[in-house]
Design a protein around this ligand. Structure first.
Ligand code: C2E
Ligand code: MG
Ligand code: MG
Ligand code: MG
Length: 285
């Protein structure tokens, strides 16, 4: 659009936008290099039940960049999603998480589930279900221990296409979790038609729980309805003991958040949960 306007284009193409685009291009080039050089790492955040027992980990990507240091996913995932890089990154994430999940099982955490974030571009690939099956076969991670997360807004926007894949994967025994629930204004009819297992109540609701009136009622009702529809409920971003006990009262099934643990690197997870077992860092480039 700027180009068509010829010599006036600088009126529209401001310096701010220019730096923005250059920044994005640099970042994108950096991400290509990161993938090639094995600069991504996964952190794992524990998810516990109401008795505070470990039931799952959520895999969360970080970029250990020689130029920028440890970069959080919020800073680069959107850029990876805009380009098609997310598809390749996602393959690496799934494989690495399943591999680590298998090692945890072998170290004695036999029933621990592994929850992996999957971007909508990955869900929309024709061969996504085959890719998942092949990673499970390759890593020997049991399919009934894998949870795939999809963000609520993304599912609503691509309902038909994604739902077919979800049904297919679910039939194979893989579990599906609706991430950031509450940010997408799903109608309740929608919710009842979704072939999912779990909803993850977004952190913004957990934050508001004890701060804003009505939120206790909203969260309580969501949990009750979810249960009636046969879904489990995970609360995200639990930071205080008060939030934790209130969510327990509201019959929330599982919790995740800094109050329980921050996301941790592989070796920290190993230290904490697989005491006595020797940890070796496998390279998964
Ligand atoms: P998400 O899937 O909703 O993940 C939860 C985010 O909340 C994580 O941020 C986690 O570190 C953070 N968190 C957990 N507990 C607390 C808490 O008590 N307080 C606060 N303040 N934050 C908490 P993170 O790791 O920066 O990830 C941000 C988002 O980036 C994720 O949101 C997810 O949408 C995306 N993401 C992360 N890893 C991947 C990945 O491997 N693939 C894809 N496609 N997306 C990913
Ligand atoms: Mg998630
Ligand atoms: Mg979330
Ligand atoms: Mg999120």
């Amino acid at each position: 659009c700027a180009k068509k306007q010829g010599k006036h284009r600088y009126e529209f193409f401001t310096t701010d936008m220019e730096t923005d685009i250059i920044h994005k291009m640099r970042l994108e080039a950096g991400l290509h290099k990161a993938l090639k050089n094995g600069e991504f790492v996964l952190y794992y955040q524990p998810i516990v039940n109401v008795d505070k027992q470990l039931v799952a980990f959520e895999a969360l990507i970080r970029w250990q960049s020689p130029d920028y240091g440890l970069v959080s996913s919020a800073q680069f995932i959107p850029v990876a999603e805009d380009s098609n890089l997310i598809v390749e990154i996602g393959e690496w994430v799934l494989q690495t998480a399943c591999l680590f999940g298998k090692r945890l099982h072998d170290a004695g955490l036999t029933n621990v589930h592994m929850s992996v974030n999957v971007s909508v571009k990955e869900w929309l690939q024709d061969d996504f279900t085959d890719k998942v099956a092949s990673v499970l076969a390759k890593t020997a991670f049991p399919k009934d221990c894998l949870i795939l997360e999809i963000v609520e807004t993304m599912l609503i926007e691509n309902f038909k296409k994604v739902t077919d894949k979800i049904c297919n994967l679910k039939k194979q025994g893989i579990r599906i979790s609706l991430d950031d629930f509450g940010t997408g204004y799903s109608s309740l009819t929608y919710l009842s038609e979704l072939p999912i297992n779990t909803i993850k109540i977004d952190k913004s609701f957990v934050d508001a729980l004890l701060e804003k009136s009505n939120y206790a009622a909203i969260v309580g009702t969501v949990i009750q309805l979810a249960h009636e529809m046969g879904f489990d409920v995970v609360a995200e971003g639990v930071e205080t003991t008060e939030q934790m006990s209130f969510l327990q009262e509201l019959k929330c099934d599982r919790m995740q958040g800094y109050f329980i643990s921050r996301p941790l690197a592989e070796e920290k997870i190993w230290e904490k949960y697989c005491q006595g077992m020797t940890y070796t860092n496998l390279e998964t480039k």
